[in-house]
Structure formats: structure tokens, C-alpha cells
Design a protein around this ligand. Structure first.
Ligand code: V55
Ligand code: FE
Length: 490
């Protein structure tokens, strides 16, 4: 449950920050573990100028990166806008020049350029560190290269001209065994095209392998999964067409008649071995992880029952249905030996979660045990009198550690006026076992109208905070975050 009303509001916690700054030495409750040396990077959006259209998606907000730098028990914070071409054009004009989310036909004529939709990216979705470089990502454009200390934007990054797509996903996968980054771009050769470019980038930053595939219908491919051997493409039911875009409409429309498809192909082939498996309509947005189990592929994912973005209309004209906008922790098993085109789906926990899930990065692509994500536990204490518009039952007040092997879960509770953003897993330095580490993430404290960084022991979530970092203001909305050790950034 993501409260988009809060994210989009002009006042209160979801209002744009329109502010850049730093805190040299943050207030800390508890003790920051001395062995934590690195940065928690967060990326999200913050409208520099209000959107041109009142019904636009908050996904169209200007990219903003922030970092909590942890070193020797102390914490500093910094936040900056990503200097995209859009940010610079808007600032020069002193107003919003860009129209709807991913529809360049609605842009101001002074900058309109539908042949190069990637040049209007806001870079507001995910930070990633690979090959010692920090990038911000958005699936409609190229990565932006960011200085990890100052957070200044150094420019866009096309891997020395080797990246052969206009777009680069917000969800590249880092292979913990090989150090490779497996990434892709969709709408790879222009607006509303259904071709996908998939490429592997070696730890040195060079493209070492590439392939191209087409999806059964044109759709949003926000996230994928990668196993040790295979590339997995779960598709969701958002569609569009060039006609829709040229008519000046919203980019994505949810089509209840579209089946879900999951594509499976080898990571090292040419794409021609791809097989598409079919299932009932689902919004397959984010994944936790996937792994090979002999001739089977297992996917853990918090998929939605249906359209969960209230600002993307249904094609059949029906109103947004909150009952279908629920994500559950699912296990999907695909038998590659079967001649059929179906797959098995099991709901592992009976209650909805937020579909922003993480695993221990050392277990990605491998047979993992745990997944971590936030959820709203309405049985926890809630202080309605001081919650400043935070809705009871919609506050994501807990982080859960979901044990996919036993079906058990453990929970961290953030507080009676708090809602949690996506957590990230920090492996304990020197530790080797999956799950040995910390969860870090930001909690929004609605009573105090400011933000707090949570640090919890991932093996003892019920114990509460290891430490909590208090910011003297509210940070902008986060979409995704990552932990990067000082070593990775060196
Ligand atoms: C998502 C987020 C995006 C986007 C497309 O959470 C999909 C899914 C923050 O931007 O552009
Ligand atoms: Fe995402």
C-alpha cells in the first residue's frame, strides 16, 4: 500500500522539498555500529516546478539523490537534485516545460523532441554502484553518473558508446559471483516499441554480451529477475501505443484482458531460446529474486493482483479498484521441462505487503532464504492525534523479514506516527551467512514532520532500533535505495 495521495500532495509530508543541503554530523539515538563504513543512497523525485497536468503521475517528478554517509559511528547527510537536461531546461525557463510522464508530444514546443524521448528523463528511480561508479537510473533514459561524495551530476553514461538502447532499466541486477551487472532497456528503439535490449556489463565497465528480444505485447518492463544462468522477464498488463501518445494522453493504460507472461532465456545466448509462460492477469512489477533449481526456475516476488497505480487508467473505462491494488509475497515455479505454457503460483503470506522488496545482495541469483519489505500492520499502536494526515492502516509501520523456507516472518516496528520507505540490506562486514547484517531505511515521522534513518539488526528485527539518525527536516520521497560500502566506492 503506497499512499499516492500523500506523495502527490502540495502540503504536508508529500510536498516537494525544493531544497538541497547537508548535515555534517547528524543527531543519533543509540549507537551506530562502528563496522558500518559506507553510504546509504536514496533516489526519488521532487518536482522542481509543479507538473504541467494535474492528473500526471508522481513518477514524473525531478530526480533527487540523497546519501547518509556512515563512518566510525558518525553520520552525515546530503541531498541534491540530479542535473538532468530537463532540470536545466526548466530552471533556465523558470517554469515546467515538460508534459505528461513519458509523453514527449505533450511537451512545450521549445524542447519537444519525440524522436529522443530519453533526453527528457528525470532519473528519479534507483541508485546503483557498479565498477566503482555511482549512477541514478530511470527506465526511459540513460544512467546519470554521480559523484558519490558531493552528489554532483557528472553527465549521462552510455558505457563508452557500447550501450545500444535509448533506455536503461531502473533495475539492473548485480551478480554476486561474477561481479557482472546484467541490465536491459525496453522501448529500446523508440516510443511504444516492444523490443528489449539485454546486455551484461563486466566488473570493469565494458559490455561483454548483448542480445535482443521482443515481448508478446507492448508493455512496461519495470523489473526483471536474473538467476545464475537465466534472464527472467515478468510482464505486467500496462499497455500503450504511438496513437495514444500522439493524441496527448497518459502513457500507460491498464488492460484487464491481458494475460501475464514470464519470459525465460539463457543469459549467455542470443535471445532466440526465449520461452514465454502465460498466467492470469497480474501486475508483475518488482521481484525479490529468482534462482535455478535444475530444470525449474523459482521466482520470489511481491506481485500485485491488478493495476496499483491509480493515475494509470483502466482501458475498459472502469474506475480504479483498490481491492486489486494489493501485493502479496508470491513464489512462482516454472518447469522448463514441461511442454505447456503455464506456471505455478503460490501466495506465501496471507496479508498484503509493499512491493519494494530486497534480499541479501550476496544471495541474488542464488537459492535465497529471506526477503525483506515493509508492510502495514494495523494491530500496532497508532497515534491518530499526532499523525498529521497519515492514515491509520495505511502507514507502512513495519519491516518484515520473510523466511521463504519456513513461511515465518519477523517484524520491526517503527513507531505510532511513522511510515517506512523501502529498506536496504547491509551485509555485516566479515559475515558470510545469508541474512547476517542490518536493515537500513528511512522512516517518515509525521508527528515531528521530519525524517529518520533506521538501522536494525536483520537477524533480530523484533528488538527494535540498533540506532536511529534524526534529520532536522523531512526528506523527499524515496523510490529505491542501496547500501554501498566505502570499499565499493573506492
Ligand atoms: C515504477 C517507478 C517509476 C517508473 C515506473 O515503481 C515504474 C515502479 C519512479 O518511477 O517510472
Ligand atoms: Fe522499481
Amino acid at each position: 500500500m503506497v499512499d499516492f495521495a500523500q506523495v502527490q500532495s502540495k502540503t504536508g509530508f508529500g510536498a516537494p522539498e525544493r531544497f538541497e543541503g547537508e548535515v555534517a554530523d547528524c543527531e543519533v539515538l543509540g549507537r551506530i555500529p562502528k563496522d558500518l563504513d559506507g553510504s546509504f543512497f536514496r533516489v526519488g523525485g521532487d518536482f522542481l516546478y509543479p507538473p504541467m497536468f494535474h492528473d500526471d503521475a508522481p513518477l514524473n517528478s525531478d530526480g533527487y539523490i540523497s546519501a547518509f554517509r556512515l563512518n566510525n559511528g558518525r553520520v552525515s547527510y546530503r541531498g541534491r537534485y540530479v542535473r538532468t537536461r530537463r532540470y536545466q531546461n526548466d530552471l533556465a525557463a523558470g517554469r515546467q516545460l515538460y508534459g505528461y510522464y513519458r509523453n514527449p508530444y505533450t511537451d512545450d514546443p521549445s524542447i519537444r523532441d519525440p524522436e529522443h524521448p530519453n533526453l527528457r528523463t528525470v532519473s528519479n528511480t534507483t541508485p546503483v554502484v557498479h565498477g566503482g561508479r555511482l549512477f541514478t537510473l530511470k527506465e526511459d533514459g540513460l544512467p546519470h553518473h554521480i559523484d558519490p561524495l558531493t552528489l554532483e551530476t557528472k553527465g549521462t553514461w552510455d558505457f563508452d558508446g557500447q550501450w545500444k538502447s535509448q533506455t536503461f532499466t531502473a533495475h539492473p541486477k548485480l551478480d554476486p559471483l561474477t561481479g557482472e551487472m546484467v541490465a536491459f532497456g525496453y522501448e529500446a528503439s523508440g516510443l511504444a516499441t516492444n523490443d528489449v535490449y539485454i546486455a551484461t556489463v563486466g566488473s570493469g565497465g565494458r559490455v561483454t554480451h548483448e542480445m535482443r528480444v521482443k515481448t508478446p505485447y507492448m508493455t512496461m518492463l519495470h523489473d526483471v529477475a536474473v538467476t545464475h544462468r537465466r534472464f527472467i522477464i515478468p510482464m505486467c498488463g500496462y499497455t500503450t501505443s504511438l496513437d495514444i501518445l500522439k493524441a496527448g494522453k497518459i502513457h500507460w493504460w491498464w488492460d484487464n484482458s491481458k494475460p501475464a507472461y514470464i519470459g525465460v532465456l539463457s543469459r549467455t545466448g542470443d535471445g532466440s531460446d526465449i520461452r514465454w509462460f502465460k498466467g492470469p492477469p497480474r501486475c508483475m512489477m518488482h521481484t525479490f529474486n529468482a534462482y535455478d533449481d535444475g530444470d525449474k526456475v523459482v521466482i520470489y516476488a511481491p506481485f500485485w493482483d491488478g493495476n496499483f497505480f491509480p493515475f494509470f487508467p483502466n482501458t475498459d473505462g472502469t474506475a480504479f479498484d483498490p481491492k486489486r491494488a494489493r501485493a502479496f509475497v508470491r513464489k512462482i515455479t516454472i518447469d522448463l521441462k514441461s511442454k505447456g505454457e503455464g506456471y505455478e503460483e503460490e501466495i506465501l503470506y496471507p496479508f498484503p505487503v509493499v512491493d519494494l522488496g530486497k534480499v541479501d545482495p550476496r544471495a541474488l541469483t542464488l537459492h535465497n532464504r529471506y526477503g525483506y519489505t515493509s508492510f502495514a500492520d494495523a494491530t500496532r499502536p497508532f497515534d491518530a492525534a499526532h499523525a498529521n494526515g497519515l492514515a491509520q492502516g495505511r502507514a507502512n509501520n513495519c519491516y518484515g523479514r520473510f523466511d521463504f523456507h519456513t513461511g515465518k516472518f519477523d517484524a520491526y516496528f517503527a513507531g505510532p506516527t511513522h511510515t517506512l520507505q523501502e529498506c536496504s540490506f547491509v551485509p555485516r562486514p566479515g559475515g558470510h551467512e545469508e541474512g547476517d547484517g542490518y536493515l537500513v531505511g528511512v522512516a517518515q515521522n509525521y508527528a515531528e514532520m521530519r525524517s529518520e534513518l533506521i538501522i536494525a539488526d536483520a537477524r533480530d528485527l523484533a528488538a527494535g532500533d540498533v540506532a536511529r539518525v534524526i534529520l532536522p527536516f523531512r526528506t523527499s520521497a524515496q523510490v529505491h535505495g542501496i547500501w554501498a560500502s566505502a570499499q565499493e566506492l573506492a
